[in-house]
Design a protein around this ligand. Structure first.
Ligand code: AMP
Length: 203
């Protein structure tokens, strides 16, 4: 099973990907997470992430190919945060050919801008294990991570101004990607305003 999750910021890609990953016992691969780890050793990436700018294709394509080549992806994966533009959709197609893999389905999650803002402003993340908590999915330990008990923090790119820029970027760049997958007949669009478990029922 290879799922590609599309959707603007705060449409719930991370949470929904995690649910699919657990259901099908396949890894959840988030390019945002791969880049946040890479940013710890690379200031240029760190700067771009803080500004909400896209990382260049050569960098992300290489990091993603390395990740998808790993043994745990052999039975499939849920890809979250990639492709973000048509060139990346074409690069993913090339990676799939090289790895002898076929995308099962592309799922586009949609929410209103109002809900996206509410979710972003309520979102916090564990700096140690990367688990994300929000209005739909609060931590049972208040300000601390459910998994590893580390104090939760806000992501540096979760600000109102950065969010506006990320929504604009998504709307501008996603149309050709959606058309590309629609033509291939593998695109499904899902209203993601509901609680994740209800969305899971739809998936
Ligand atoms: P996300 O966790 O998916 O919201 O991604 C956080 C940030 O990582 C984005 O705002 C971009 O700066 C960067 N990023 C994630 N995925 C990609 C990608 N496919 N191409 C370029 N930059 C990306």
């Amino acid at each position: 099973m290879i799922y590609v999750m599309l959707g603007g910021p705060a449409t719930g890609k991370g949470t929904r990907s995690e649910i699919l990953s657990e259901k099908f016992k396949i890894p959840h691969i988030s390019t945002g997470e791969i880049l946040r780890v890479a940013a710890e050793k690379n200031n240029a990436i760190k700067q771009k992430l803080s500004n909400g700018e896209l990382i260049t294709d050569d960098v992300i394509n290489e990091l993603l190919y390395i990740r998808l080549s790993k043994e745990d992806c052999k039975n499939g994966f849920v890809l979250d945060g990639y492709p973000r533009k048509l060139d990346q959709a074409l690069a993913l197609e090339a990676m799939m050919r090289k790895l002898n893999m076929i995308i099962t389905e592309v799922i586009e999650l949609v929410v209103s801008t109002e809900i996206a803002f509410q979710r972003i402003l309520g979102r916090r993340e564990c700096p140690s294990c990367g688990k994300s908590f929000g209005v739909d999915f609060p931590s049972m330990n208040g300000d601390y991570c459910d998994e590893c008990k580390t104090k939760l923090v806000k992501r540096s790119d979760d600000t109102e101004e950065t969010l506006k820029r990320r929504i604009d970027t998504y709307q501008k760049l996603s149309k050709p990607i959606l058309n590309y997958y629609r033509k291939k007949g593998i695109l499904r669009t899902i209203d993601s305003s509901n609680h994740p478990e209800k969305v899971l029922g739809v998936i």
